[in-house]
Design a protein around this ligand. Structure first.
Ligand SMILES: Nc1ncnc2c1ncn2[C@@H]1O[C@H](COP(=O)(O)OP(=O)(O)OP(=O)(O)O)[C@@H](O)[C@H]1O
Ligand SMILES: [Mg+2]
Length: 472
């Protein structure tokens, strides 16, 4: 989008000089000869940055600054002060000016200052937008996500929360299975009863039965008194069986019975106990496959799988990464008591390209690390783990960010990068042209023949044949 600058100066030559330069640099420029005229422009034309002289009749630069900040606090103001009047500059900064330049100035100096002001304005806007998005879409407390598969999950959570059925939650490690299970519990009428989780992969199989169903004093060596199992502890509440695929076969039978009868028999006991426990099972394995290879009982699988929630991997919902980053930055900064931090566009771009084998948990750790280590108030590419930068840069994607950052720490692969970019643009142009190569070539500003050559070189399939014509 075009950036809109308002130049305010009582000297015509200065106004023209700046306007010509800034227009050439690609900005949209308005001018005003004093503060009053400037306010009129602000009223009728959207403005991103005001660059203003101080000494003017009809509302001077200081008053203009204050009035601008009062009317449109997010418009950035840069003040131009004459030679030695740094006093003005200091006052202006106190009144909310973004920065100042002293006359005479160099053009690249003023351009740099304007660009920094624009960047700040862009980030402030983005933060507001993100915050609004966050508010709108955290419908289930604590679970951040707005991508279609996440919305489906939110919908399912509210639909199934108040039923009694068992639920199977699947998804890779770190995708938020436990978060989903607890959301089901806390959105149900069981919310004031316990939510208990047991990790079937972490408890020795000899002990698991007693953990789940409890035991009677003397049932085995060390059973010195009666003990409730988690099924009873979670009665009226919810029991999450994490890594359910790791449950030993003998126990799978007993669990199935407990689910069907809603009664359990403590180890060493003779009296069954009634329980009213909602069970949510979770696994990062393919349970159907475990059934097929005989490691998991089919009847139990059917019983658990009445409702299936599949939590998507983070790389399947990259559009949620900015929301998650924002959420984790805020949380991490709060945790260690530092003021809110921004995330640069370059850093965000890198974070959005990474594949996250450890999913949301990994992203949360990366952000926490960055917040802890970064000493400025902005998370940048350099705040991210070197191994991540390397993976993203090495993956054929761009190691450069919009702010000109290039990660040369391990060297880059220029040819591979250019090829990847070329492929991307060719494919986009073809898509845009509905597969019509001649049109794609026109969009790319190359000849039909050149396009055909490049497609062949990169092995891109591009639909039907077209006759080449004289333009080649
Ligand atoms: N959508 C999300 N929004 C906010 N935080 C999330 C989200 N998904 C996961 N997290 C956070 O990521 C971490 C991992 O989530 P969780 O423990 O629920 O994953 P999991 O799927 O149970 O992982 P594992 O298979 O390793 O047990 C937790 O700190 C959790 O709070
Ligand atoms: Mg878990």
């Amino acid at each position: 989008m075009e950036q809109r600058i308002l130049v305010v100066d009582d000297e015509q030559s200065m106004r023209d000089f700046l306007a010509i330069f800034l227009r050439k640099e690609g900005y949209q420029v308005h001018t005003a000869k004093d503060g009053l005229e400037a306010l009129a422009v602000l009223d009728r034309a959207d403005t991103d940055v005001v660059i203003s002289d101080v000494r003017m009749s009809n509302l001077d630069g200081m008053k203009l600054l204050r009035e601008t900040k009062r009317r449109q606090p997010d418009v950035e103001v840069i003040v131009m002060t004459a030679y030695s009047s740094t006093q003005d500059a200091i006052l202006a900064m106190k009144d909310g000016a973004y920065d100042y330049v002293t006359k005479p100035f160099k053009l690249d100096e003023i351009k740099l200052t304007i660009d920094k002001a624009l960047e700040r304005r862009r980030m402030a806007k983005e933060n507001v937008a993100l915050k609004q998005q966050l508010k709108k879409h955290t419908r289930i407390k604590n679970i951040i996500g707005n991508a279609p598969p996440m919305r489906e999950i939110f919908e399912m959570i509210s639909k199934v929360a108040d039923t009694k059925t068992t639920i199977l939650v699947t998804g890779e490690s770190g995708t938020g299975k436990e978060l989903v299970a607890s959301a089901i519990h806390y959105n149900s009428s069981r919310a004031e009863f316990p939510f208990v989780t047991i990790n079937c992969g972490a408890i020795p199989s000899e002990l698991m039965e007693s953990e789940l169903f409890g035991h009677i004093r003397g049932a085995f060596t060390g059973a010195v008194r009666d003990k409730d199992g988690l099924m009873s502890v979670a009665s009226h509440g919810t029991l999450m069986l994490d890594e359910v695929s790791e449950m030993p076969p003998s126990l799978q039978v007993k669990l199935l019975r407990a689910l069907q009868e809603r009664r359990i028999l403590p180890v060493g006991g003779t009296q069954e106990i009634s329980v009213d426990t909602r069970v949510i099972a979770a696994t990062n394995r393919d349970l159907a496959e475990e059934v097929r290879i005989g490691r998991f009982r089919q009847d139990l699988y059917y019983r658990l799988n009445v409702i299936h929630l599949r939590v998507p991997a983070l790389r399947e919902r990259r559009e949620d990464i900015p929301l998650l980053v924002q959420h984790f930055v805020k949380r991490a900064a709060q945790d260690i008591g530092r003021p809110p931090m921004q995330v640069s566009e370059a850093a965000l771009m890198i974070l959005q390209q990474y594949d996250y084998p450890g999913n949301v948990r990994e992203l949360s750790n990366i952000v926490e690390r960055a917040v802890t280590l970064e000493i400025t108030d902005q998370i940048r590419p350099s705040s991210l783990p070197p191994s991540l930068l390397e993976k993203v840069a090495g993956g054929g994607t761009s190691p450069t960010g919009p702010d000109g950052w290039v990660d040369f720490s391990r060297g880059i692969q220029l040819d591979a990068l250019l090829e990847a970019r070329e492929r991307e643009l060719l494919e986009k142009a073809l898509g845009h042209a509905g597969g019509v190569k001649k049109q794609a070539a026109r969009l790319l500003g190359i000849s039909f023949r050149s396009l055909r050559y490049r497609l062949a070189k990169l092995g891109i399939e591009a639909g039907g044949e077209e006759e080449e014509d004289d333009e080649a």
